[in-house]
Design a protein around this ligand. Structure first.
Ligand SMILES: NC(=O)c1ccc[n+]([C@@H]2O[C@H](COP(=O)([O-])OP(=O)(O)OC[C@H]3O[C@@H](n4cnc5c(N)ncnc54)[C@H](OP(=O)(O)O)[C@@H]3O)[C@@H](O)[C@H]2O)c1
Length: 296
């Protein structure tokens, strides 16, 4: 399959690129900086790296037209909505010409907003005011062939864009502050299992249109327990300060609640089964001595 992958140098994109190339797909990966070391590593792994910005459709128009599937994993903190809208517009123009590829669009549990659902699945209503939920809704009525992937909290690999990685960095650096609801429980997905989820979507593409898949393993963990395990991994046995959510830690404002996910739909329709270690298993294996990070 000819795959155009945005965010290919990212935490998630890199794992997806590696797996799809290993499975024999042709992967063209978008990056704003094709001279970066991550871009070079992708080239070495067999990905054709191309320069472009998702907000500048001219920089990747030809790549979309040549692709059978577009996997969008860009995380653009500066312009989280505009780039996605630009991509949708471009795909709609291709659809009008009768040749739009299938879009695999990445969002996350944030689309549920400030909910109080004990268990999230694909039938749980999303927050109509959330920007990414609005983008999902736009896709639903666009006529574009698409599939939505909503990962739980991602961990594993080098952990660079994961909260677990951030917590290990904090423990290494002697920071011990846990923010917000001390009882909240989160679902997690290993980055390699997440990559397998995207690959399963690509494999089942002909049967999919307009589906959403929440991807998480079966082992939700109390966030504070995971935080404390990260501390222990670096031999930090002192107390962890409990702080209210503050503007210094905006990421916790978004997720200061239980985020527990049921992925049975992905298991049923995609045959997806998480295979990697779980956060719970990592925590159980944490030694009470100095660890090396990434991700233990
Ligand atoms: N990490 C998690 O725990 C998690 C959980 C749930 C959902 N998600 C979602 O998964 C997706 C991927 O996240 P991630 O953790 O892999 O993020 P990431 O590590 O920050 O990677 C995102 C990539 O997006 C690219 N990018 C940013 N702005 C761009 C632009 N304007 N044009 C083109 N490329 C651009 C960057 O590549 P260049 O700098 O090379 O251009 C970067 O490597 C996001 O949608 C995120 O919200 C992540």
């Amino acid at each position: 399959m000819k795959v155009f992958l945005t965010g290919a140098t990212g935490y998630v994109g890199e794992a997806v690129a590696g797996l799809l190339v290993a499975q024999g797909h042709t992967v063209v990966g978008l990056t704003r900086d094709p001279r970066s070391s991550r871009a070079s590593a992708l080239e070495d792994a067999g990905v054709r790296v191309v320069a472009g910005d998702v907000g500048d459709a001219a920089s990747y128009r030809a790549r979309l037209a040549a692709a059978e599937v577009v996997i969008h994993t860009v995380a653009d903190g500066r312009r989280p909505v505009k780039g996605d809208e630009r991509l949708f517009d471009e795909l709609l123009a291709l659809r009008a010409a009768g040749r739009a590829p299938h879009l695999v669009y990445t969002t996350g549990c944030s689309v549920y907003g400030a909910h109080s659902h004990p268990l999230l699945d694909e039938s749980t209503p999303t927050d109509p005011d959330h920007p990414r939920a609005r983008l999902e809704a736009r896709l639903a009525t666009s006529g574009l062939a698409h599939t939505i992937v909503r990962p739980a909290f991602v961990f594993g690999g080098d952990g660079r864009s994961s909260l677990l990685g951030r917590w290990l960095d904090e423990a290494r650096d002697g920071v011990a502050v846990f923010y917000g609801d001390a009882a909240k429980v989160w679902s997690w997905v290993h980055v390699d299992d997440l990559a397998r989820g995207y690959a399963a979507v690509v494999e089942h593409l002909a049967e999919l249109d307009g589906e959403a898949f929440l991807l998480a393993d079966d082992a939700p963990v109390a966030a504070r327990e995971a935080y404390e395990a990260c501390q222990r991994a670096f031999g930090r046995t002192g107390p962890v300060t409990h702080a209210p959510i503050s503007e210094e830690a905006p990421v916790y404002q978004v997720f200061d609640r239980d985020e527990v996910v049921d992925s049975s739909r992905a298991r049923r329709l995609l045959g997806w089964t998480p295979q990697a270690v779980t956060v719970a298993e990592l925590i159980a294996a944490v030694p009470g001595r100095a660890a090396t990070h990434p991700q233990l």
